[in-house]
Each structure stands twice: as structure tokens, then as C-alpha cells.
Design a protein around this ligand. Structure first.
Ligand code: AMP
Length: 275
């Protein structure tokens, strides 16, 4: 299997991009790779002549009291896991942000100020800023994002649409551990006890899915059921919305998203269900 080329500067990335022909699949990440990230890379490799992975812990999407400093950084083992990828772009912060007082983008309030956006002020502006830079540097044919970060995925699709960006966003299914917990680089923060407690997150979503499959469509009832199941956890939000992130009162199959975010110890865990 081929070893990826490691690109550290924007110049190196641009030169590499110019040297390849055919389609390019791009998988942006913050590293500490797990099987969720690898599934995005697999999808890209299956659909494109080349695959680029980026590893960058982006400071502008972290709030002042968040885990930017302690976020796991494991570049060497990430490179080993990414065998078969053509190139890895792993820049320093100064490469991505060489200028002062940069222009930033904000998602519309209806999408960016709710759920994660209400709790993490400025988070999505940071995500849009770095992803637009990465898209412009790499000119991908397709870019791969996990459905696990549902709000991020929908906001990025909106950015591509609003700015006529010439690429396709490919949503990828959530990859879970054998016990059902959605894989996340932040799961390493969980103690054994916290991890056991966290299992009620996917379990509650599954129970809600079963009730919906049995015909329950009343969101108020599903919400009360879910909150009761989650009574031992600190729930940030359990929300039922459509793909524009607007709240709904009744389940509409294939247009419904159920978002669940809890704080377990000091770790925030996101999960969701696309119905
Ligand atoms: P991150 O490194 O956490 O910024 O994630 C990089 C990409 O991997 C994002 O598109 C995430 O949605 C995606 N991702 C993270 N965890 C998972 C997972 N468990 N299953 C599928 N995709 C994931």
C-alpha cells in the first residue's frame, strides 16, 4: 500500500494539487483518527482517483474555555492509519492563518445559532472559515463529512450552495463502537464509569427510533420519553428538527433529524438519528 505524501505548507499543497489529474476526494479532520474517519477515507478512495486527508486542530472553532489545548494530537499514528491515502495536509496554525483580522463567514441564525451554535458561540464561523480555506487550497471534486456532526454537515452544504462552490459534499454514515457509542476523538476523555453512563445516549436514540417505527409521530411524547430515559445524564439538548434545523412537532419520515447532546463528566458527546 502506498505511503501518503506529507504536505506541511499551503504552497506544497497547491503544488501537489496541480500535479494530479482526475478527481480528488477530500477528507478534512482534526486528527486522532478512528474508524469513523477511516470510513470517510474509504468512501473517498472508492469514488475518486486521488484522496487528500487534512489534519488540523483549528483554533478558530474552539471557544476560550474549550479543549483546544488538550485536544489529542497523534500525527505519527494518524499517518500510519492513513496508508493508501495519496496525501496528508498537516499545516501549522501560521500556515492557515497568516493574516490579522480576517474576513469570517457566519451561517444564517436559523442554522448557526441553535443547538451547537447556541452553546459554542462562534463555533460554526470557525468551521466555515477553515473549511472554505481548505476547499480553496485543494479544489476537491468531492468532500466527505460524517453525519455524526449533523449540524456542521447541513451548514457546510448550505455554504456550498450559497457560494456556488464547485464541489459535491458527500455525507457519510455514523460509525459506532461495538457497544453502540458513536466514535469520537473525544471519547478518550471518558473514564470507564462515564463511558458506561454514555451508552444511554445511543440506546435512547434507538428506543426513540423503535417507537417511531411502531407509528409514534408526536414529538412532544417522544421528547418526554427520551428525557426520562436520559435522566441520569446532563442533557444539553434533545431536539427534533427538519433538515433546515427548524423544530418540528410531528415526525416526517426521511425529513427528520433527532439531535442529542449530553455532557458526561467534562466531555460533551454528540449523537443523532436521521429518520
Ligand atoms: P473531526 O476530526 O472530529 O473534526 O471529524 C472529521 C470528520 O469525521 C467530520 O466530518 C466528522 O463528522 C467525521 N466523523 C467523526 N466521527 C465520526 C463517526 N463516528 N462516524 C462517521 N464520521 C465521523
Amino acid at each position: 500500500m502506498k505511503t501518503p505524501i506529507l504536505l506541511k505548507t499551503t504552497q506544497e499543497l497547491k503544488k501537489w494539487r496541480e500535479s494530479i489529474t482526475g478527481s480528488l476526494g477530500f477528507v478534512p479532520t482534526m486528527g486522532a483518527l478512528h474508524a469513523g474517519h477511516l470510513s470517510l477515507l474509504q468512501a473517498s478512495k472508492a469514488q475518486n482517483s486521488h484522496t487528500l486527508l487534512s489534519i488540523f486542530v483549528n483554533p478558530t472553532q474552539f471557544g476560550a474555555n474549550e479543549d483546544f489545548g488538550k485536544y489529542p494530537r497523534t500525527l505519527e499514528s494518524d499517518i500510519a492509519l492513513a496508508q493508501g491515502v495519496d496525501a496528508i495536509f498537516a499545516p501549522e496554525i501560521s500556515e492557515m492563518y497568516p493574516n490579522k483580522d480576517e474576513i469570517t463567514l457566519n451561517p444564517p441564525k436559523s442554522m448557526g445559532s441553535v443547538y451547537e451554535g447556541a452553546i459554542r458561540e462562534g463555533h460554526f464561523a470557525g468551521v466555515l472559515q477553515v473549511v472554505l480555506k481548505l476547499f480553496n487550497l485543494s479544489s476537491p471534486t468531492r468532500a466527505y463529512f460524517g453525519k455524526k456532526d449533523a449540524q456542521q454537515l447541513l451548514i457546510l452544504q448550505k455554504m456550498c450552495k450559497d457560494f456556488f462552490l464547485p464541489l459535491e459534499i458527500v455525507p457519510c454514515e455514523i460509525v459506532r463502537d461495538t457497544d453502540g457509542l458513536a466514535l469520537s476523538s473525544r471519547n478518550v476523555y471518558l473514564s470507564k464509569e462515564e463511558r458506561a453512563l454514555a451508552l444511554s445516549i445511543p440506546q435512547t436514540l434507538q428506543k426513540i427510533a423503535s417507537l417511531i417505527a411502531q407509528g409514534e409521530s408526536d414529538v412532544a411524547k417522544l421528547y418526554d420519553f427520551g428525557m426520562n430515559e436520559l435522566k441520569d445524564l446532563q442533557v444539553d439538548y434533545l431536539a427534533f428538527c427538519n433538515h433546515s434545523l427548524e423544530p418540528i412537532k410531528s415526525i416526517i419520515p426521511s425529513q427528520t433529524l433527532i439531535l442529542l447532546t449530553c455532557k458526561v463528566g467534562n466531555t460533551r458527546l454528540l449523537d443523532n438519528l436521521w429518520i
